[in-house]
Structures are given as C-alpha cells and as structure tokens.
Design a protein around this ligand. Structure first.
Ligand code: PGA
Length: 247
C-alpha cells in the first residue's frame, strides 16, 4: 500500500516575516526538482496568515501548531480550527509533547481538538511519544495517547508523528532498528483499534532531532513515512537537505 510521505517543519515559538528567506529557498528548491513528499511548514500564529496567503500557489502547505476545539467564544488567547481554516492553512499539529507538558493538555482535550480540526477539513498531524521515564511502558503510553483519535478515521486526514519526548531538541535519537519497530508497533495498535487497512495506510512520521546527517537513514526505514522537524526546519539549507535525502 502506497502511503503519503511528508516533511513537516515545526517552527515552534520561532520565526517571523523575515523567515520568508527560508521559505523562499525551500520553494525554489521545490520548483527545480520533483519530490514525492508533501512539504508543510507550521509557523507561529502571528505569521501563519502571512505565509499561507503569500505562498498560496507554491508547493508548500502551511499549518498551525495547535487549535482550540470551540469555533469561537470566551477563550482568551486561543485560536479556533475554523479561524485557522479561514486564513487558508491546511494542517494543524495537535498533541505536541510541549503542549501536553507546558499547557497540561489532556487526552480528552486533544481528542476534542482533533474532532474540531477534522470538522474544518484540516489535516491533523497528531503527535504521540513517551518520556524517557516511560520507555519500558512505551506501548501502553502510545496506546493511551492513540485513544484521543475518534472512532472512525480517514488516513488522508490523520497523520501520526511519533516523537519520543527525550529525543526532541536533544540531539539524541532512538536506534534505527528501534524507530522502525516502534513505528511497526504503532501500525499494529492502529490496525487493532480501527482495521488492518487503516493500519497499513496511515502515514507515521518520525520526529525528534532529525537533521541533515541522520535524515536519510531514518526516512528510508520501511515504516517511516516522513519527518516532523523542529530545530532544523528554520535553517533553509538543513531543511532542503532533509527534503532532498527523502527523494
Ligand atoms: P526537534 O523538534 O527536531 O528540534 O527535535 C521536533 C519537534 O518537536 O517536533
């Protein structure tokens, strides 16, 4: 079964309008070559509108790093899926470990966010992953996190990103064998929860310290369908090298 491939940049609380230089470099590189993967960039809310409008005709798609589950209302500081959709974004990261950790996002809150994003026709980049203290009970943790997904899913609308928390921004990564077998295990969990067709068809990205040096090895693993890239996604040359190493 052919699965969609993605390279997704998560800028976190970094980047502004001047980062258009980074995006333009990536865009030029995409115009020169044919790539099999879809390229998505998730900038902060303050510039999401700017990027999704100014690069409307490019091959790069844009997404948010979070969304609120209600359409509108008295939720100071929040941005709804509908608002994200209205400015032309196509994707939303949901359940990133930094939000689980610093904003105390719960499984049920994440579940509501996924439902609202899907309702607005946004593609969901759903992050799961264990802390270093949870490695021994990883399967249990992943299964619990996967419970945020609604009862029925479409593999064109949900992208999973496995991001071991201890690998994010640390320069550490699991071994290649571990990444492949954990992804295979996630596929099994999904097959059991939904059905084998969904398990085979869902794209599972790896995230956590992906850089130009390790990208090719990670991206060429059987069960890996792309990468969610943090730090290296704001460095045009590094991000382009990561994209190149996948094709
Ligand atoms: P990193 O971040 O590539 O800087 O480790 C990945 C992420 O948090 O999505």
């Amino acid at each position: 079964m052919k699965r969609n491939k993605y390279i997704i940049g998560n800028w976190k609380m970094n980047g502004d309008k001047s980062s258009i230089k980074v995006v333009n470099t990536i865009n030029k590189s995409l115009q020169r070559k044919r790539y099999n993967s879809k390229i998505v960039i998730c900038p902060p809310f303050t510039v999401l509108d700017f990027y999704s409008r100014s690069l409307k005709r490019s091959k790069i798609s844009f997404g948010s790093q979070d969304c609120h589950h209600e359409e509108s209302g008295a939720y100071t500081g929040c941005v709804s899926s509908k608002m994200i959709k209205d400015i032309g974004a196509k994707y939303s990261i949901i359940g990133h470990s930094e939000r689980r950790q610093y904003q105390n996002e719960s499984i049920s809150e994440i579940s509501n966010k996924i439902i609202s994003a899907l309702k607005e026709n946004l593609k969901v980049i759903f992050c799961i992953g264990e802390q270093d203290s949870e490695i021994k009970v990883r399967t249990k943790i992943l299964r619990k996190q996967i419970n945020s997904l609604p009862a029925k899913i479409d593999t064109n609308k949900i992208i999973l990103a496995y991001e071991p928390v201890w690998a994010i921004g640390t320069g550490k990564t699991p071994s290649l064998g571990d990444i492949n077998s954990i992804h295979q295990n996630i596929r099994k969990i999904i097959s059991k929860k939904f059905n084998p067709k969904i398990g085979k068809g869902i794209s599972i990205l790896y995230g956590g310290s992906v850089n130009p040096k390790n990208a090719s090895d990670i991206l060429n693993l059987d069960n890996v369908d792309g990468a969610l890239v943090g730090g290296a996604s704001l460095k045009a040359r590094d991000f382009c090298k990561i994209i190149d190493s996948y094709n």
